[in-house]
Design a protein around this ligand. Structure first.
Ligand SMILES: C[S@@+](CC[C@H](N)C(=O)[O-])C[C@H]1O[C@@H](n2cnc3c(N)ncnc32)[C@H](O)[C@@H]1O
Length: 301
């Protein structure tokens, strides 16, 4: 289901613009277009002589952002591509661009995906447990959970969700599917809630949060995309150009931190990650776990 308009609020927009310093005529890649909030803001600042290439794996996001871009009151120099952000060099090749002046990644899922009842991102949606960003690639999450052993499922939930009750949840999934195949997001949410002990009220987050995150990361191979991105990014970033990456959990942030620190082609700009202001956290609770790291491409290789 494609919603007409985005409900996603761009996280740390001012901080991202300050980090990337877009100027008229410059070129940027936004590898995670989402609702297009960051892309449009960047495009306004680079002007019609500049370029922003917006990439997303999710065709619904591309279509939604395209409509939003067309409805803007000024012409914007934006090109869109449905791809994995780690393949951005191919998308740049198609535009005959070798290097860009900045790249943004705002990782994870958007509020639009969460609001879509048919994708399974939202725990209590009646939709199938799909969890893919690109629904044309690979298999939906429920297939994975119906196929893997309890041990393999527990490993995923532990590794990508850092969930201490991973074994208990995995066992409950296997017990469930002995009766009938697991299919819906609400079924997995109910299994998680049943499997995690303790009074609900005392918990800060929904008991299903870590498990859904873990399965989503596995289905989309999210950490692999991030690692592959770092393998190619520095080569396509102009000297003095900047990389800004917003992550939402410690697994991603750890990769970003170490890849930037260990690559001599980067000068790390943020020793400590930038976090959202209290005002933004109050306005947009999604921003609470966001961490922004910035690095500059050195002039020497
Ligand atoms: C947090 S949202 C981005 C929101 C956007 N910055 C905005 O302000 O509207 C993340 C987006 O990245 C996309 N995404 C996640 N992993 C991706 C990948 N490996 N390649 C391309 N897009 C990806 C998701 O489909 C989602 O639309």
């Amino acid at each position: 289901m494609t919603e007409e308009t985005t409900v996603h609020l761009p996280v740390m927009l001012n901080e991202v613009l300050e980090a990337l310093r877009p100027q008229p005529g410059k070129a940027f890649v936004d590898g995670t277009l989402g609702g297009g909030g960051h892309t449009i803001a960047l495009a306004r600042l680079v002007g019609t002589q500049g370029l922003v290439l917006g990439i997303d794996r999710d065709l619904d996001a591309i279509n939604r952002a395209e409509k939003r871009i067309k409805s803007q009151d000024e012409p914007l120099s934006i090109r869109l591509a449905q791809a994995n952000y780690c393949d951005f060099p191919e998308a740049l090749d198609m535009l005959n661009r070798q290097r860009v002046d900045g790249i943004l990644l705002d990782l994870g899922l958007s509020s639009d995906q969460l609001a879509d009842q048919n994708r399974g991102f939202s725990f209590d949606s009646e939709g199938e447990l799909d969890l893919r960003f690109d629904t044309t690639e690979g298999a939906p999450a429920y297939e994975l959970l119906n196929r893997l052993s309890a041990e393999q499922i527990a490993d995923i939930i532990y590794k990508y969700g850092e969930e201490r009750y991973s074994r208990r949840i995995a066992r409950a999934i296997v017990e469930f599917r002995e009766e009938r195949p697991l299919r819906f997001a609400s079924e997995l949410a109910a299994i998680c809630r049943r499997s995690i002990p303790g009074p609900r009220g005392a918990m800060r987050i929904d008991p299903a949060t870590r498990t859904f995150q873990a399965i989503r990361i596995a289905v989309n191979e999210e950490l692999k995309s991030l690692e592959s991105f770092f393998d190619v990014a520095a080569e396509r970033l102009a000297p003095g150009g900047r990389l800004a990456i917003i992550s939402f959990h410690s697994l991603e942030d750890r990769i970003v931190k170490t890849r930037l620190r260990d690559d001599e082609r980067y000068e790390v700009v943020t020793r400590k990650p930038i976090e959202a202001t209290q005002e933004e956290m109050d306005r947009n609770p999604r921003s609470r776990s966001a961490k922004l790291r910035v690095a500059e491409r050195k002039f020497t290789d």
